[in-house]
Structures are given as C-alpha cells and as structure tokens.
Design a protein around this ligand. Structure first.
Ligand SMILES: C[S@@+](CC[C@H](N)C(=O)[O-])C[C@H]1O[C@@H](n2cnc3c(N)ncnc32)[C@H](O)[C@@H]1O
Length: 229
C-alpha cells in the first residue's frame, strides 16, 4: 500500500514500470532510436515489454499490435498506451501466435537473446526478458522463420542483436528465409551485467570470435533488417 510507483520518462513520454516487467535498457533505447515507421503503417512488435517502442511507433502514426508472453507486460502496454494518449492493440501470447494469419508492413523486436547456460533458465518474467536459449537465438530463430508469412509485400523485419550472436550468421539466416538482409545501425554499449555472469558460456557460443580476451568493457549492438522482396 505504501511502496510507491516506478515511472520511466523518455522522449516526452511517461511509462509505468510495474513489478515483473523489465525497465527499458540501453538496448531498448537503441532499438527505438533507429526504429523508423511511417504514419499509417501496420507495425507488429513482438516482446513489447512495457511498450516503449510500441508507444513511440503509435505516436508516429503507425497502427500498432504489440505482443508479449508475460501477462503483466501486456497490461503495462495497455496502461502505457492510455497514459500517452495512443491506441495500441496489445495481445498476450508466444511469438506470432496472437497474430496468426495477419500481415504487417513492419515486424520488429528487441528480443531476449542472452545465451543461457544449462541450469540458468527459469520461468519468471526477468528470465523471459533476458534468456535467449543456449546460443541466444531461440526466439530470434522463430521470429525470422515466421517473418515471411507475416510481412506485407516490401515489408521489413527489424531486430536487435548483440554482436556475439554473429552478424554474418544473422545476415545468412535472413537470406535463408528469402529476406534481403542489411545492417541498419550499430552502437557501442557497456557490456551487460548478465553477460559478465555468463562470460564463459558466451565465449563457448561466440561463433564469430567477437569477444576480446580478458574482461570486455563494451559490446556492439546492431539493428538488422530483412526486407521482403
Ligand atoms: C529484452 S525484453 C524487450 C522489451 C522491450 N521491447 C524493450 O525493448 O524494452 C524482451 C521481451 O520479450 C518478451 N518475450 C520473451 N519471450 C517471448 C515470446 N516467446 N513471445 C513474446 N514475447 C516474449 C519478454 O517478456 C520481454 O518483455
């Protein structure tokens, strides 16, 4: 009753951060900074968290569907849409399940992608926000595989990766499903705290040898695009 309420303020918007939903991080802001949507475009955000990108896209005039697998996140998207005076169609469910049969001009995600060692996986909301399966690609692979049947003609799939997931790998995965791949943006960020906790595992999964010897101070974050031809 007397615990206070946590808010996150950014770009003239205010976001309620409820218990169980991760507050935006550097990767969230990087994702939003380079997420360019046009008025009237149909945008799907997979794994919307508390709705930072979804609200900004809706404010830019897009028609936004935002999904998350955590019920508290979906409730937060609805509350934060109302708080910022926009309409977002927020839906609960795994990956593309809530949008079966629908197509979008933009499908975007800043998904959980931290490689997760055996025994470190859990069922809670924090784990859902961070854990990307053994090599970090568990959800991303499903997002890429499902994109062709959810993109409108010339539609764009946009997603972030840490460079230790492998940029060449990402471009090849997009090419393999018939999307035209490119790197839209990159940024150097502080190395994530959870990455230090899993450093030995990250090194074992670092298929393009991006991690330096010793304790890394920074990591490269990238925004990838796969465009429907
Ligand atoms: C790294 S957080 C990003 C949240 C927000 N988009 C941002 O940029 O701050 C990843 C989000 O994906 C959600 N998520 C995890 N697994 C999912 C799944 N299978 N389907 C949909 N959302 C999922 C998590 O609950 C979390 O909100």
């Amino acid at each position: 009753m007397d615990e206070g309420v946590l808010f996150y303020a950014w770009r003239d918007c205010l976001f309620r951060v409820p218990d169980g939903v991760q507050a935006p991080k550097a990767g969230s802001r990087f994702f939003c900074r380079h997420l360019s949507v046009r008025p009237g475009e149909r945008v799907l955000e997979l794994g919307a968290g508390l709705g930072l990108a979804a609200v900004l896209a809706a404010k830019a005039g897009a028609a936004v569907v935002a999904t998350d697998v955590v019920p508290e996140a979906v409730a937060a998207v609805r509350a934060n849409a109302a708080l910022n005076g926009v309409i977002i169609d927020a839906r609960l469910g795994d990956c593309y399940a809530p949008v079966a049969g629908e197509r979008f001009d933009v499908v975007c995600s800043n998904p959980p992608q931290m490689p997760t060692p055996p025994g470190a996986d859990r069922e809670d909301a924090q784990a859902a926000a961070d854990n990307g399966g053994p090599d970090g690609w568990a959800l991303l692979d499903r997002i890429i595989a499902g994109a062709p049947e959810h993109l409108a003609p010339r539609g764009r799939l946009l997603f972030t990766i840490f460079d230790f997931l492998g940029v060449k790998t990402a471009l090849a995965k997009l090419e393999a499903v018939g999307l035209a791949p490119s790197v839209l943006a990159r940024e150097t960020q502080a190395f994530p705290r959870i990455g230090y906790e899993r450093l030995a595992h990250l090194r074992a999964m670092d298929r393009e040898a991006t991690l330096p010897a010793g304790r890394p101070a920074t990591v490269e974050r990238l925004l990838l695009e796969g465009r429907a031809r």
